[in-house]
Ligand binder design. Structure first.
Ligand code: FMN
Length: 190
């Protein structure tokens, strides 16, 4: 079996909860980002933006957005929960935010631009997993928060956060999870 097929048949995400921040090499990050941009994209519109959150900005966004927005939108608060929000981005070395930003096009529907944005997220995920990092694509609550979208440079009237891809270090290999049964989701038309 070729290497790519055997990797894809086995790859697994490691939850942000279970990863260590570790250290992503600069050369690996560059490779991951190059793979991210090499996705199917009808009309070559590049209807997405990537923001790499790293170093001190992980903490700054925690202090300036995650904690205050969580506080504003929740009533059942305690110090432990607020501390978690403040440090949320410290769970990984790099967090790549992927923003869907539809281009004006007469020909290409927004739906296709969204699909291309999903492909960016998946390329980041598999490229980083192939380098043996712990990786998870999450949306959690703050992907749907307008302050976060604005902070990352998005336009709340049209853009959306497709997700945050956490890249860190694996503590241990994850267990397999249930996968859909072939017969349930695949049909052959002969
Ligand atoms: C758009 C999108 C958003 C997701 N958001 C979350 C999330 O907020 N929290 C979470 O635990 N998993 C989330 N997941 C699921 C994980 O990324 C991942 O699919 C799961 O951990 C198992 O992945 P694996 O099949 O790569 O092993 C999301 C997946 C997608 C595609």
């Amino acid at each position: 079996m070729n290497e790519i097929i055997s990797f894809l048949k086995k790859r697994r995400s490691v939850t942000a909860k279970k990863m260590l921040p570790g250290k992503v090499l600069d050369s690996d990050l560059k490779d991951i980002l190059e793979c991210a941009l090499r996705v199917p994209d009808h009309g070559a519109l590049a209807p997405w933006r990537l923001i790499v959150i790293q170093k001190d900005m992980r903490k700054t966004i925690g202090e300036e957005i995650l904690e205050p927005e969580f506080k504003k939108n929740n009533t059942d608060l305690n110090e432990e929960k607020l501390l978690f929000e403040r440090n949320r981005f410290m769970r990984a070395d790099k967090i790549i935010a992927v923003i869907y930003t539809p281009a004006d096009s007469q020909k290409i529907p927004n739906w296709e631009m969204m699909l291309s944005t999903g492909a960016v997220c998946q390329n980041i995920t598999i490229a980083a997993q192939s380098l043996n990092y712990a990786v998870q694509w999450v949306t959690e609550w703050y992907s749907y928060n307008n302050k976060m979208l604005e902070y990352l440079g998005g336009d709340v009237s049209k853009d959306k956060i497709a997700g945050f891809i956490y890249i860190g270090e694996k503590k241990e290999d994850p267990l397999e999870r249930i996968r859909p049964k072939f017969e349930k989701v695949i049909k052959f038309l002969n």
